[in-house]
Structures are given as C-alpha cells and as structure tokens.
Design a protein around this ligand. Structure first.
Ligand code: ADP
Ligand code: ZN
Ligand code: ZN
Length: 733
C-alpha cells in the first residue's frame, strides 16, 4: 500500500460516503459530494464534479460534513489520472487564503492556473521511414528519406525544413506509406540540471556563505551583499545541494530580473536550462511545465511570484532574489506578498528559504535583528571592482537650461564618458514624453476619463495614455475646454523627451532608449541588452527596466536625471524604495575593469536618503528609517491593512462606507486596533469606479484578520459595489 492510498478516506461502516471538494472559483468553502460505491479518492485527488449544469475539475479537500444527508448530495463523477495535489500545497493554499482573507477557491485557482495540464498529454505527430518502395523516389523524396536516415523522428515542419521541400511532399509520402507516423511527447522547455558540474572558484567570503547554505537547514537566511558580490553564484551552490538530495528548488525573481543573462549563467553552471514560469510562456510550455512540477520531473523552477503556487511534488529550497522588490506584491485578484508567502511555504515544508538582496527591505533587516532570520554577508564586489563613487548634483545651483533636464555637470560627464570610450546611462523612471499636457490659454489639463490621473503623452506612438487603466487617445487637434488649437504645452520630462534633449546635446553619440514601451518581454529586452554589451551604443536612456539584473561591462557613467522622483506622494516606503532603486541603478556602473561614476541630480541633496546614497551607507539610512517607523508604529513595528470600497455610483459607495463606519467593532476584539477613514483614495477614481479607503492599523502582536472578519461579517454588497482587502499594503493609491 503506498502512502497515498494509506491516507485515503476510511471505508467500512464509518465511511462517510462523501468528500468535500474545493472548486477553483471565488468560493470561501469546499462543497460536499457523494462518493460512488467503492471509490475512495485520497485527499488532494483531482476529480471532476457537477456544478450547476457544468462539470468542473476540483480537488478533494476533506471528509465532508456528516450532518448532511448523503443521498441529497451530487456524486463525484471521476478521478483524473494525475498525482494528487500534495498535502503541503493544500495547507499552503489554506494559509494564504486565511491570512490574505481571500476566497480559498481563488487561491486554489492560482495553483490550478493551467486547467488543461490535467488532461492526458497531447502528443505531436512525427515521421519515421516507412516503405521506401511504396512510391517513386523523386529527388525531394530522397532528401526526406535521407533526413530521417540517421536518427530521431521529425515533425512535418522540421522534416520539410531539413529536407528543403514543402510540407506537401511529406504529406504525400505519408499517404503512400513511404513514411510512418509515430507519436512524440511534447518537447520539454527545460533540462535536467547537473549539480556536479564545476562552478567558479569562490572567494573566501563566498565559500563561507556557501558552507552555511548547503547545510540546507530549515529557516530563513538573508544573503546580503552589494551588487556584483556573487550572491547568485552563492545561491547556485545551495541549489546544487538541494538537487543532490533529489529535491526541487524554486527561485523567485521579479519578472524583469529574469533575464537572458541569468538564464545563461544558470545553464553554464548546471549544463541545462531551468523550468521557467512567467507571462511570456506559450500555452504548451505552461501545460508541460505545470505537469512536470507536479510529477517532480522539473527540478529547478525560476519564475515570477505566481511560481510559488505551482504544485511542487517535493520542494526542498526556495530562493527569493531581489527580496526587497515591490513587484513581489500582487496587487489584483488575490492580493498577497509573494516574498512573505514564500517564507510561509518554507515554514510549512520545513525547508530553507534564502532571501537575497543588495538592499534588503527594512522588514527583513528587522527580522534579522530580532533573531528570526539568519544573515550572511558578502562584503566585496567580485574581482575587487570598487563601488562607483556617487556625486550629488544640486539642481538649485547647477541649473539645466529652460525646458531641459540635464545640468551642465551631467552634460560634461556624458561627453567625457563617451570620449574615453565608455558608455553612459541616463536614468529617468518615467515612460513617455511628458507626464502632463496642459492648455496654455485656459489651463485645462488632459485627464483620463475614467481615472483621477493625467494622461501621459507618448510621442513615438502619437498618443495620450493613462498609465493606470491603459486608456489611449490621439492628441486632440484643439483644446477640449476652450477650443483653441496649438495651445498644448508638455509639462515635465519622460524618457522620450529626455532622448530628444540628448539628441540635441550629443548628436554624434549612438543612442538607445530602453523602456517598457520599446521592449515587450524578456526576449526583446535581450536584443537591446545585447546592443549595449556589444558596444553598439554609446548612450542609453532608460527607465527601471534596465536597472535590474543586467551586467553592462562598458558602462562608466550613470546619470540619474531626477533622483527625487519617487519621494513625493506620502508612501510609507518612498525613501526606502528610492534608496533601493537608485542604489541598483548606480550599481550598473563600473562592473568590469573600467571604474565608473554616478551622478544624482536632486533638489534636496541634504535628505538622508541622498546622503546615504552618496556615502554608500545603507546601514545608517536603515537605522533612521527604522526609528521613524518605530515611533510611528508603522510596519514592521505595527501592522497595516487596507480596505478599498469601489463602485460606479459614487453615492452608493459613499453610503456603503458610512454603513461600514458605523459597524466598526468595539470591545476586546478592537484592542490595539485603530481605523483611519473612510477617505477618498488618492486615486479617487480608477477605471470608472469611485474608491474610498479605510486603513487599519494594529500593534505588531495583534493580527488584523479577526477584527476584519468581525467587522465584515454580515455586511451586504449591493449592486456592483466591491470590497478589496489588502493585508500589509504596499500601495497607498
Ligand atoms: P550578485 O548576484 O551579488 O549581483 P553575481 O553573482 O551576479 O553577483 O556576480 C557578479 C559577477 O561576478 C558575475 O558576472 C559573476 O559571474 C562574477 N562572479 C562572482 N563570483 C565569482 C567567482 N567566484 N568567480 C568568478 N566570477 C564570479
Ligand atoms: Zn485611466
Ligand atoms: Zn484650453
């Protein structure tokens, strides 16, 4: 008897004859179904069940409720012939749903994101040689036979390609029996990584970190070291150790850090590509990968946050690289923080979790200080490369020309860098041409019709765009308010406008603009990055898309055009994020033999975050931040949760939040909890929906969930009113 059968439901006189089945829809509970005679699926089994008039796939979750008369229940229709969803996956789904107050069915849906992966694998038809004499052996047909002579079966397309004939020739040969069809399993988009290939010789500090990590003790470890210190090399060794135990390893990366460079290094170390999980996969790649994770065939999985919910057969290690990145927070559907959930996943499975970062989040640093996480430190850049010196440019003194954004010192530095055969990067984290377009005659501002947001001009595509909802329109011929034409003025710079300025100032330089509008996904990014590494360009103008994970060996100057950009807006983590982003951008300079330098343009050089960047003094900066948050009782010294109520009818939203305000729980359950609001959210309208916010603040020892449950229980949500619950919010818009 194998372990799966052993843990199946009891049979015999006490047999409940029923099971609860969780269905991957926005449901808060599993539904009960009757079991057909003699059928005892183990917990986790994928089954098909009737739901309304449909048949859906769900997962056996528990025993079912004995109080319900089994004869009234509908029957489970069939079990699918795939391995059960492992126990830990189910406990993880329960945990994520409870903590984030999301419907458990929606969380299961994230784990079952590829429904057709449960169907029998579709095979591709391929050809081998059949009866050669069944038709006339023309020249083209002879080439087809030759292409198959020394080896593996080929699909019609591949065969036609290698024989240099049309698919029609192949089809005709097949019809005559000259070729024989065989079924091929789908190609695996990953390989079998070999842990025992030789990695690079490690420095002493790297080796110490590796020694600590390969022990693979359960618990969380922060791997901290400046960009280029070898964190990736070090965690590769932890992956190797995990592979030697025959277990699976997961590397979570922000999607834009999942670069061809990363994949190339992985393949070099392990001799095979890892399984990937990101938005650019084809349907077939998704299906094959999901199944291979469940079967235990995919050994190393690298992916964006949703990879956390894949059905790992035996996960032995989780690495969260760039753990400080806010991209780990999923902001729609089920709202969750993937880094934090990775820690939970590791805890449930009693496996190690490694958080890697050059600029760890304050949350993680405090967890280290308080002894909950271990920390390993890599002090130096590999090969002794120095961190580039950072100079602050005070824009109040070193003024750019009118309607320009580069100060004289920065312009000079770009000229010097290019003249001495280096490359320069001008960084501005703002897409498009200008963030605001206004009418000079009447002051009208071009605004999104469905959001509280300005339309951003994109001159390359000749459109105005809302960056919140995706609304697009052409630039109108005249001002919609006063009817005058030719009165529009672009206010402020985006990268496109900066590129225009650069073209004026550095006409001889080969320039390249890199933003998410000019690159699609990882594949296109790779092409552009290659142009940089192969020195096909002198000057790069880009947004944060170039800041992560890329290594530019010839880059000697980084100019940050507006270092203050991320600091406005009253976000709890604004300074911390600015530090992380600018430190990361700065780290692009001088990574090889050539020393680099970094210039930051700011209107407020005395701010602690600017001083910390200048002095490379992360610790001092974090201590100051920590103190501010401790005093204010803000995370990680207190907890936050946000409720956003939205609807198309503003009056209905307003009346709903008034009802809610009157229902705020009091008494014991409210001890240590305070509620701020309701107030219009800063994005008071989004996609045509009016939004009001409550912010719930608790002491660290108090969990907000019981309070929220008590509050929300029994509230009705008439019409199209919607409630979004955001535990540990990162966005305050
Ligand atoms: P991090 O992840 O900390 O930014 P990486 O692991 O990407 O650092 O290392 C930075 C660069 O240095 C990479 O090109 C890497 O191949 C190289 N490197 C790091 N450690 C070593 C080593 N021990 N031997 C050779 N090259 C190394
Ligand atoms: Zn909009
Ligand atoms: Zn006007």
């Amino acid at each position: 008897m194998d372990s799966e059968t052993a843990s199946s439901l009891p049979i015999g006189p006490e047999a409940p004859g029923r099971a609860s089945v969780l269905i991957p829809l926005a449901l808060f509970t599993a539904y009960d179904y009757a079991l057909p005679d003699g059928f005892t699926p183990p917990p986790g089994a994928f089954v098909s069940v009737p739901l309304g008039r449909r048949s859906v796939t769900g997962v056996v979750w528990g025993d079912g409720d004995l109080r319900i008369d089994a004869t009234k229940l509908k029957q489970i229709e069939a079990a699918l012939p795939v391995p059960a969803l492992p126990d830990i996956s189910r406990r993880f789904i329960e945990w994520v749903a409870a903590y984030n107050m999301a419907p458990i069915g929606s969380v299961l849906r994230m784990a079952m994101s590829v429904p057709d992966a449960l169907e029998p694998e579709r095979e591709t038809k391929a050809w081998t040689i059949g009866d050669r004499t069944a038709g006339k052996l023309t020249e083209a047909r002879a080439r087809v036979i030759a292409a198959l002579e020394d080896g593996a079966p080929l699909t019609t397309g591949d065969l036609a390609d290698s024989a240099g004939c049309t698919p029609g020739v192949v089809a005709e040969m097949a019809r005559r029996g000259m070729l024989r069809a065989v079924a091929l399993p789908a190609r695996r988009p990953f390989g079998v990584p070999d842990p025992d290939r030789k990695g690079p010789a490690l420095s002493e500090a790297q080796q110490r970190a590796v020694d600590a990590l390969v022990a693979l003790e359960p618990g969380v470890t922060l791997l901290n070291g400046v960009t280029g210190s070898g964190k990736t090399e070090v965690y590769f060794e932890a992956i190797a150790a995990c592979l030697r135990q025959g277990r699976q390893a997961l590397v979570l990366l922000p999607e834009i850090a999942l670069s061809a460079q990363w994949l190339g290094r992985f393949a070099e170390r392990f001799g095979a590509p890892p399984a990937q999980w990101h938005s650019e996969l084809t349907g077939l790649e998704r299906r094959v990968t999901w199944r291979a994770v469940l079967d235990g065939e995919a050994k190393v999985i690298v992916g964006a946050r949703s990879a956390l919910f894949l059905p790992y057969r035996d996960l032995g290690l989780i690495i969260v690289d760039e753990e400080h990145e806010s991209a780990f927070k999923q902001e729609d559907g089920v709202i969750y923080q993937a880094r934090d959930m990775a820690v939970v996943r590791g805890h449930l499975a009693k496996i190690p979790v490694i958080l890697a970062s050059a600029t760890p989040s304050l949350e993680t640093v405090v967890n280290v200080d308080q002894g909950r996480y271990r920390a390993l430190h890599l002090p130096d850049r590999h090969g002794g490369a120095e961190l580039p010196p950072v100079t602050l440019i005070d824009l109040r003194r070193d003024k750019p020309e009118r309607q320009q954004w580069l100060s004289p010192s920065l312009i000079r530095a770009v000229h010097e860098a290019i003249a001495s055969e280096g490359q320069a990067l001008l960084f501005l984290n703002r897409r498009g041409y200008a963030p605001l377009t206004l009418c000079r005659d009447c002051g009208h501002r071009m605004q999104c019709p469905s959001c509280t947001a300005w339309l951003v001009e994109h001159r390359y595509s000749a459109r105005l765009q809302c960056h919140h909802c995706g609304y697009q329109t052409q630039m109108p011929p005249a001002c919609p308010a006063c009817g005058h034409s030719g009165t529009f003025a672009a206010c402020g710079p985006g990268v496109e406008r900066l590129a225009e300025e650069a073209a004026l100032l550095f006409p001889q330089a080969r320039r390249l603009i890199i933003t998410s509008d000019t690159v699609g996904g990882p594949k296109k990014t790779t092409e552009l990055i290659k142009m940089v590494t192969e020195r096909a360009v002198d000057l790069i103008i880009g947004t944060q898309i170039i800041a992560k994970g890329h290594h530019f060996p010839h880059l000697t100057l980084v100019g940050v055009v507006d270092a203050d950009l991320g600091l406005s807006g009253g976000d709890l983590r604004a300074a911390e994020r600015t530090y992380q982003l600018l430190h990361q951008v700065a780290g692009r300079a001088g990574r090889a033999e050539k020393p680099g330098r970094v210039l930051l343009q700011t209107y407020d050089p005395d701010r602690p975050v600017m001083q910390a960047l200048k002095d490379h003094d992360q610790t001092r900066f974090l201590r100051l931040e920590e103190e501010d948050r401790r005093v204010a009782g803000m995370p990680p010294f207190g907890r936050l949760a946000a409720l956003i109520v939205s609807g198309r009818d503003e009056a209905a939203v307003e009346s709903q939040v008034r009802i809610m305000a009157a229902a705020i729980p009091r008494g014991d359950i409210a001890a240590g909890v305070s509620v701020l609001g309701p107030a219009p959210a800063p994005l008071a309208m989004l996609r045509g929906r009016h939004r009001r916010r409550f912010l719930i603040k608790c002491r660290r020892e108090t969990a907000p969930q019981p309070f929220l449950r008590a509050w929300l229980r029994g509230l009705k949500w008439p019409g199209d009113l919607k409630l979004q619950i955001d535990i540990d919010p990162y966005s305050f818009l």
